[in-house]
Each structure stands twice: as structure tokens, then as C-alpha cells.
Design a binder for this molecule. Structure first.
Ligand code: NAI
Ligand code: MG
Length: 354
């Protein structure tokens, strides 16, 4: 029995997390859900965005599924984004963001790549100083050898693990801007290239971040695993999501040595919140990543196939040109995983796998 924390957060997080939890149950995962509150609405109500007890509850679970939180673009004293705190406190140092072609009109074909984003430092240390009020602000960017090495290790291992299924030699692309930021990006670059050089059988290349975005859009099918710093990873992964059906489909997993917190790449989408039409599939795919990290690989694969089957059936939300609601899409995915689960149990999949 797994204990999984559900952290819906704000906006459409409140709609897509319950949807994905329903799908996990339909898939037959032996699970107890522990729902906890966090986010900007909670902060407005109570003055706390992520209470200590919430953090302790999440840490005591086997894994977590996170929705999204709203963050104001102006400085709000006392508010820190819960997702950044969770990543830091649980030491979830790598953010894994796959982008795979989807059977929808808006997706380009033959894309199967994963962006591995460093998750603990870079500009996200949020050390900003107002040197001259209203005139001059300085932001610190932190890059360390330790964080660069461990995220590079995750990326190298992932590239090797994916190779048999892809049927192609593994390729790691190290993305940086060391031509301008010779010290900080320079440290990330040399550290990642060193780790990669010690990984037998891995082809390694490097790419400046601006030309990475250009080539990603021109020839996305050439990429396999891409590793980069926190901010570049944030930006490049939204671009990658746009190539394969959009934010409504893009999942991610924050991983550390002992814990995984899966979440959709998208935010709280205030423009959609409460309308019942948010696409739940990014969060369902995030739940699949969560299952894979727990070692439930058969269920993970079944969830992915169910998502693809529903996309092909055309039962999709307005972001993909359809008219289905969040609930209708969720039910369609549940029907697919239940059918697959029944077939799996008939052929004795669970026993065969064990
Ligand atoms: P967003 O990702 O919430 O929305 C961007 C666009 O994509 C919107 O047009 C939205 O309607 C659409 N979209 C997003 N998810 C969708 C879904 N599941 N189905 C259909 N359409 C979807 O980004 P935005 O608008 O820039 O930010 C809104 C809030 O979310 C902000 O407060 C921001 O700080 C927060 N945010 C939180 C994140 C997190 O919690 N991890 C990540 C990104 C943003
Ligand atoms: Mg982002």
C-alpha cells in the first residue's frame, strides 16, 4: 500500500489533481491518498502558503502529486511559492520533463525527448537586492559543482535507461550559455561534460541555450536527453511542450534520492479555473511518471497508453480543440485503464511480472 500526498494547490490544480487520483485508483494502484493544502489562497486565508505540518505530512508519504499554485508577479511579503519550498526541503534536485509526440493535430511527429532541469539553484535561489530603490536591482545566480554533477548523473542514467526502448544510441545534450557567463555556466558546463564523459556508451554534445531553442523548434526529433540549469530548463521545457500538444499534456517529475513529487508543467491557469474544462491529461501523465519512479512500470505504461487512446478517440478539452469537460476526459481515461487492467489480470500480468 502506497501513501501518496495530494497537493492540489490553487486554480485548476483543484480540478486536475482529483482527476489524476481517480485515474490512479482505476488503474488499480494500492494507494492511500493524503490530501493537504498549500498555495496562495491558503496564504491569503491563513498567512501561510505551506504550513510546517503540511511539509512533514508530505515528507512522511511515499510520493506526492502536486497541481499548481498561483504566485503574484509583485513582491508579497511572507509569501514563498510552495512548489519551490517543496523542491528545496525534500531535496528534489532534478526535474524531469518528457516531451513525446501525441496523437493530436497540434503535435509534431517523431519527438521523444526529456529535459532534465536542475531544480535547486540558479536564479531560483531568489536572492534579489534593491541596490538603488526603483533604479537598480541585483539578482544572484548560484551554480555549484555538486548540484550540477548530480543532475548530470540523473540525465546520464536516464539516457542509458531509455536507449533500449528508443532503439537508438543514447544522446545527451548539455545546454548552457558559457560563452557569456563563463564562470557560472562554465562550471555547469565542465561539470556536466565531465560526468557525461565518465558514462560509457553515451554520445555527448553541447548547445548554447538560444540556439537550443532554435534547433528544438527546427528539428526536435534529433534530441534525446537534454540537461540544463534551472531557468533555462524552465523556459526550454515550455517550448518543448508547445511542440507536442501544449501545456495541457506536459508532465514533470521532481526527483531526489528518496522521494518523487510529480506535477504538470502548467500553472494554476486562472483563466480556466472553476470552469470544469481544464485538461487533466498533463497531471495524469505526471501520475504515470510517479508510478514509474515507484517501480510500478506496468501501470505507468498502461496510463500512458490510456492517455494516447483517449487523445485518439477525440474526447478532448478545448485547449486541444475539443468540447469535453475535465470530468468527461477523466472518465474516458478511467474506462481505458480499467479495460487494460482487466486484460492484464486475465493474462496473469501481475504474476508474470513478479
Ligand atoms: P499557466 O500554465 O497557468 O497557463 C498558461 C496558458 O495555458 C493559459 O492560457 C492556460 O489557460 C493554459 N493552460 C494551462 N494549463 C492548462 C490545462 N491543464 N488545460 C488547458 N489549458 C491550460 O501559466 P500562467 O498563466 O503564466 O500562470 C498562472 C499562474 O500559475 C501564475 O500565478 C503562475 O505563477 C502560476 N504557475 C505555477 C506553476 C506551478 O505551480 N508549478 C507553474 C507555472 C505557473
Ligand atoms: Mg514553468
Amino acid at each position: 500500500m502506497y501513501r501518496i500526498a495530494l497537493i492540489p494547490g490553487d486554480g485548476i490544480g483543484l480540478e486536475v489533481v482529483p482527476a489524476a487520483a481517480t485515474v490512479l485508483r482505476a488503474g488499480g494502484l494500492p494507494v492511500e491518498f493524503v490530501e493537504v493544502e498549500a498555495g496562495f489562497e491558503l496564504f491569503r486565508r491563513t498567512g501561510e502558503a505551506l504550513p510546517r505540518e503540511t511539509l512533514a505530512t508530505v515528507a512522511a508519504c511515499d510520493a506526492a502529486l502536486f497541481g499548481a499554485v498561483s504566485s503574484p508577479s509583485t513582491r508579497t511579503p511572507g509569501y514563498a511559492s510552495p512548489i519551490l519550498t517543496l523542491r528545496k526541503e525534500l531535496d528534489l534536485y532534478a526535474n524531469i520533463r518528457p516531451a513525446r509526440s501525441a496523437p493530436v493535430a497540434g503535435s509534431r511527429p517523431d519527438i521523444d525527448l526529456v529535459i532534465v532541469r536542475e531544480n535547486t539553484e540558479c536564479l531560483y535561489v531568489k536572492q534579489e537586492t534593491e541596490v538603488e530603490p526603483g533604479e537598480r536591482v541585483v539578482a544572484q545566480r548560484v551554480i555549484t559543482r555538486r548540484a550540477s554533477a548530480r543532475v548530470a548523473r540523473v540525465a546520464c542514467e536516464l539516457a542509458l535507461r531509455r536507449a533500449p526502448q528508443r532503439g537508438k544510441p543514447p544522446l545527451l545534450t548539455v545546454v548552457h550559455k558559457a560563452n557569456v557567463l563563463a564562470l557560472s555556466d562554465g562550471l555547469f558546463r565542465t561539470t556536466a561534460l565531465d560526468v557525461a564523459a565518465g558514462t560509457p556508451g553515451l554520445a555527448v554534445e553541447e548547445q548554447l541555450v538560444d540556439s537550443m531553442v532554435y534547433r528544438l523548434i527546427r528539428e526536435p526529433e534529433r534530441y534525446d536527453v537534454v540537461v540544463t540549469t534551472n531557468l533555462y530548463g524552465d523556459i526550454v521545457s515550455d517550448a518543448a511542450a508547445a511542440l507536442v500538444g501544449g501545456l495541457g499534456l506536459a508532465p514533470s517529475a521532481n526527483v531526489g534520492d528518496r522521494f518523487v513529487l510529480a506535477e504538470p508543467v502548467h500553472g494554476s491557469a486562472p483563466d480556466l479555473a472553476g470552469k470544469g474544462i481544464a485538461n487533466p491529461l498533463a497531471t495524469v501523465s505526471a501520475a504515470a511518471l510517479l508510478c514509474a519512479h515507484l517501480g510500478e512500470t506496468a501501470l505507468a505504461a498502461r496510463l500512458e497508453r490510456a492517455v494516447d487512446a483517449v487523445l485518439r478517440s477525440g474526447v478532448v478539452t478545448p485547449d486541444l480543440g475539443g468540447r469535453a469537460t475535465t470530468q468527461e476526459v477523466t472518465h474516458a481515461v478511467c474506462r481505458e485503464v480499467e479495460t487494460a487492467r482487466a486484460a492484464y489480470e486475465i493474462v496473469g500480468g501481475a504474476r508474470a511480472a513478479a
